[in-house]
Design a binder for this molecule. Structure first.
Ligand SMILES: [Zn+2]
Length: 150
């Protein structure tokens, strides 16, 4: 079954309305990161990243190539993330502030909290990438739009 919805892109007029396939082109909204949530952003992740161009500044899909952890100070996260934008393959070093993570990465935070709350850390190994412990759900009927394809 093809589930299509008519959408209006923010910043565009009625004449730019488009029918889009919900299953393919809509996904849950990405989440801005709190300072303590940089631990949930890992190399290889799909993220939404704020790119400031000459004419426009927009959020685009990007992938994390590398995460450089730094000690946090009073203002919070000082980590740096090397990202590559999916649409133009350009690379940029970003702060956490300009990064939105996918809600599917929530489990990593839950996991870290669980480990911190639970007993001695010395025989607990955190393996964030183990697929067996991924229990995020993929929901595709919420409100995030992918960028408008020209
Ligand atoms: Zn950080």
């Amino acid at each position: 079954m093809f589930q299509e919805v008519l959408v209006r892109f923010s910043g565009f007029g009625k004449e730019e309305d488009e029918w889009i396939n919900v299953r393919k082109h809509v996904r849950p909204r990405s989440l801005p990161c709190e300072s303590s949530e940089c631990v949930a952003v890992l190399a290889g992740d799909l993220i939404l990243c704020f790119q400031e161009g000459k004419e426009q500044a927009l959020y685009f899909d990007a992938h994390v190539l590398d995460a450089q952890r730094r000690r946090h100070d009073v203002r919070g996260c000082r980590c740096r993330f090397l990202v590559r934008y999916d649409h133009d393959q350009s690379e940029e070093i970003m702060t956490l502030r300009k990064v939105c993570r996918r809600p599917e990465t929530d489990y990593r935070l839950h996991q870290l909290h669980a480990v911190n709350d639970a007993a001695p850390a010395d025989h607990q190994k955190i393996s964030l990438d183990h697929p067996a412990i991924v229990h995020g759900t993929r929901v595709t009927n919420s409100s995030e739009m992918v960028q408008k394809q020209q």
